[in-house]
Design a protein around this ligand. Structure first.
Ligand code: NAP
Length: 253
């Protein structure tokens, strides 16, 4: 039956940026679908752990700063030591630095590109190696953005890195499909999280953005649930290299 293929019972999912926002919502969704969740974050994830446990799931916290590749092996080793395997990786952790392009610093550029792009590739590589060795395939889901398609304003490093994420998703999908690893993306629209707090606090920008969203509201972490469970499940086993927008219609305008 088709609904069976959406179930994630027995699967182990790693979600980065698990302490808050979209990452927290996706941890809960994956747990509700039956997966055991390992949440990676640079700070305490107790709020997420409580929500996952309230949904009847299991949560394992890995504290790591994803601004460099240094913790990658430890993350994968500790999840495999704890749960025995890894089937799903959600590359959700991301950072945005707003500044005029002519004033943008090398430091801000590196901060954004390291988290949003470099570490996404090397964590995916480390997880894919495990999946290939274990011969059970898996699902990798990269979190893109509307700025994977559009230029944005005052966010050059974010736009560059999120545009790269769509290309990386395609590139990895092509190489790893033969191992039963599906690499896909989700491009959230304008969602009410810390990432967009500055925009929502600015009344003018808030009104401009809301006025352009066909659905007429900001998205929420709950809006990510259907897409992440689908792409993490056997229901998506012939979906490769595609980025699905969850945007209230923003890209259709
Ligand atoms: P958020 O609340 O700011 O969450 C970002 C997450 O990434 C947080 O858990 C953050 O941890 C983590 N993170 C950032 N730098 C890190 C680092 N060096 N090491 C470890 N974790 C780090 O925003 P969000 O909206 O949920 O963002 C989740 C993803 O969706 C990001 O990739 C973002 O770019 C993307 N996205 C968001 C929107 C939106 O409208 N909100 C739209 C498109 C795409 P801390 O809490 O410690 O900072």
């Amino acid at each position: 039956m088709i609904l069976e293929s959406f179930k994630l019972d027995g699967k182990v999912a790693i979600v980065t940026g698990a302490n808050t926002g979209l990452g927290q919502g996706m941890c809960v969704a994956l747990a509700e679908a039956g997966a055991k969740v390992a949440g990676v974050a640079r700070r305490d994830c107790s709020e997420t752990a409580k929500l996952v446990e309230a949904a009847g799931g299991e949560f394992f916290e890995v504290i790591a700063d994803l601004s460099s590749t240094e913790p990658i092996e430890r993350i994968v080793e500790s999840v495999v030591a704890h749960y025995g395997r890894v089937d799903i990786l959600v590359n959700n952790a991301g950072v945005i630095k707003r500044e005029d392009a002519d004033k943008y610093t090398i430091e801000d550029w590196d901060t954004v590109v390291n988290v949003n792009q470099k570490v996404v590739f090397f964590l995916s590589q480390a997880v894919a190696k495990r999946m290939i060795e274990a011969k059970h395939g898996g699902k990798i889901i990269n979190i893109a953005s509307m700025l994977s398609y559009q230029g944005g304003i005052r966010v050059p490093a974010y736009t560059a890195s999120k545009s790269a994420i769509i290309g990386l998703t395609r590139a990895l999908a092509n190489e790893w499909a033969k191992y039963g690893i599906n690499v896909n993306g989700i491009a959230p629209g304008y969602m009410a999280t810390n990432n967009t707090a500055q925009l929502r606090d600015d009344e003018k920008r808030n009104d401009e953005i809301l006025g352009r969203i066909p659905a007429g509201r900001w998205g929420t972490p709950d809006d990510m649930k259907g897409a992440v469970v689908f792409l993490a499940s056997d229901a998506a086993s012939y979906v490769n290299g595609f980025t699905l927008a969850v945007d209230g219609g923003w890209l259709s305008r």
